[in-house]
Design a binder for this molecule. Structure first.
Ligand code: F6P
Length: 490
């Protein structure tokens, strides 16, 4: 059987497990846990010199191979191009993007370095699964080096319409380079359609069913694979967590008040200011709820070297202070704003105790907090999920969530009140409907479906099997073609 080689910027190294991990790390970890394989990426460390070779560790059937970044790489590739250009543009915030050619060069340089390292690791029949916006051109560089492995890419964040992608300088070298993969997977149908339309602007021809695009002389498969969670294990984790002293003392601290919870990295895409405005409106217009509700917003700081995140940090702290200043009493604090990171077990316990979750991003690829909150509930007395229409999770969770527009402050406040006052029968019914989706589409199904779609299917490949010498020789295609580089003679 082919080995699976996963590549992502962040790698959930075993020595760091137990703490908080982002959605990608959680999903990849769950996907590799039973299958085994290699997980390659950044060590999370900054070193004076680039790594000569990956540092390898093995744990529970997974081989972790990680490399350090130099400070220059970290600034240009990670802080610069990935997080100040790709992140805002792909989250529909072109206004927040800060493009510098030096950052794009750094992004390309690091992706080429990753390709050099991978070259030493991979075998011809390995299946490569590349994750997220940090690694868009990686397949192109591996193809240039003559590798003909099946290579799939999964985008964890949104794919905006073609007009927005075109605002990205030299988008052909990044988003356009996705045409070098065999399969490109997205969280939602909308993301997949946006990418297909974008490829068409570059001369691609989408198949009538939208599941493929012919571009640059080859076919790229396009698919939708909404990331799931470990539904049953997470539900179990929440049940156990609720019995711990930590969660019991948290529960006691609420003194019988209803709990509203929000858990988000401090990021402008999460819509935290809009949510705080809505909570302020709720407090202003629903005085009967004073002293009967506590909103806990858990917001670990992230990407703190990026100016837009520093600005967000200042704004949210100020706003949280303003709300508490205006509405607190000596024995009641309406908002607990916490920048700490909690373990997944602690979060599971908080979710289980919560009556309402506010998951109201302005734009989000999926949002696994929404799914984990639902899985953590007690089915006999479940909480209510308020979910933004702009989260990828809305396409699956609309069966039971209260779907909200985060830009509509009064509407959000009205839905918060509705959630707090929702009768038990309706809460149970909504919860059961969402659980059916979560059980049917858990994390195992996500990985199985993606890997099945990526498995070799010679009949759907347009490429002719070429001897390796011929594959190594490449020709440059005119601007406007997908990868820009294809094997000569194809
Ligand atoms: O959504 C993309 C993602 O990679 C998530 O998996 C994760 O929560 C977040 O971004 C992590 O960002 P960073 O690696 O920059 O801390």
């Amino acid at each position: 059987m082919s080995r699976i080689v996963v590549v992502s910027n962040r790698v959930a190294l075993p020595q760091r497990s137990g703490g908080a991990a982002g959605g990608l790390a959680v999903a990849v970890n769950a996907a590799l846990k039973d299958r085994g394989g290699i997980w390659f990426g950044w060590s999370g460390r900054i070193a004076p010199d680039p790594s000569d070779a990956p540092q390898v560790t093995k744990h529970a059937g997974i081989t972790y191979a990680v490399v350090d970044l130099t400070n220059e790489d970290y600034q240009e590739y990670y802080n610069g191009f990935a997080n100040r250009v790709l992140w805002p543009v792909l989250h529909y915030r072109v206004d927040l993007s800060e493009f510098y050619r030096s950052d794009l060069s750094g992004y390309i340089r690091v992706n080429r370095q990753f390709a050099d390292h991978l070259e030493k690791i991979i075998r011809p029949d390995d299946i490569l699964w590349i994750h997220d916006y940090h690694m868009m051109p990686l397949a192109k560089y591996l193809r240039e080096r003559g590798h003909r492995n099946r290579i799939g890419f999964f985008l964890h964040i949104p794919m905006p319409p073609a007009d927005l992608i075109q605002a990205l300088p030299q988008h052909g070298d990044t988003v356009g380079a996705l045409a070098s993969y065999d399969l490109v997977g997205f969280q939602t149908e909308g993301d997949r359609e946006n990418f297909a339309r974008y490829l068409e602007t570059r001369g691609g021809q989408t198949t009538p069913d939208g599941t493929g695009c012919d571009i640059g002389g080859r076919r790229v498969k396009l698919g939708t694979f909404p990331v799931g969670i470990e539904t049953r294990p997470f539900a179990r984790r929440a049940r156990h967590a609720a019995r711990t002293n930590f969660i019991k003392s948290f529960h006691d601290s609420l003194s019988g008040r209803k709990l509203i919870i929000g858990v988000d990295r401090l990021d402008y895409s999460k819509g935290i200011p809009n949510r705080l405005d809505a909570y302020e409106h709720f407090l202003r217009t629903a005085p009967e709820w004073h002293d009967r509700v506590t909103y806990v917003q858990i917001t670990p700081k992230s990407r703190i070297d990026v100016p837009e995140y520093q600005e967000m940090d200042r704004y949210v702290s100020h706003k949280a202070g303003q709300i508490n200043g205006a509405y607190s009493d000596v024995s009641w604090t309406p908002l607990r704003y916490v920048n700490r990171t909690y373990s997944r077990s602690a979060l599971a316990g908080f979710y289980r105790r919560a009556n309402v979750a506010l998951v109201t991003p302005l734009r989000d690829g999926m949002n696994l907090v929404a799914k984990e909150f639902v899985a953590a509930q007690d089915p006999a007395d479940p909480g209510v999920l308020l979910l933004s229409q702009f989260a990828g999770a809305a396409s699956e969770m609309r069966t039971g969530a209260l779907i909200v527009n985060p830009h509509d402050t009064e509407g959000l406040a009205a839905n918060l009140r509705r959630a707090l006052e929702m009768p038990l029968a309706e809460r149970r019914d909504r919860h059961a409907r969402m659980m059916r989706v979560l059980e049917a589409r858990d994390i195992d199904r996500w990985a199985e479906e993606f890997l099945a779609a990526l498995a070799p299917e010679e009949e759907t490949r347009r490429e002719v099997a070429l001897p390796r010498a011929a594959v190594r020789s490449v020709v440059r295609l005119p601007v406007g073609w997908g990868s820009g580089l294809v094997p000569r003679g194809v």
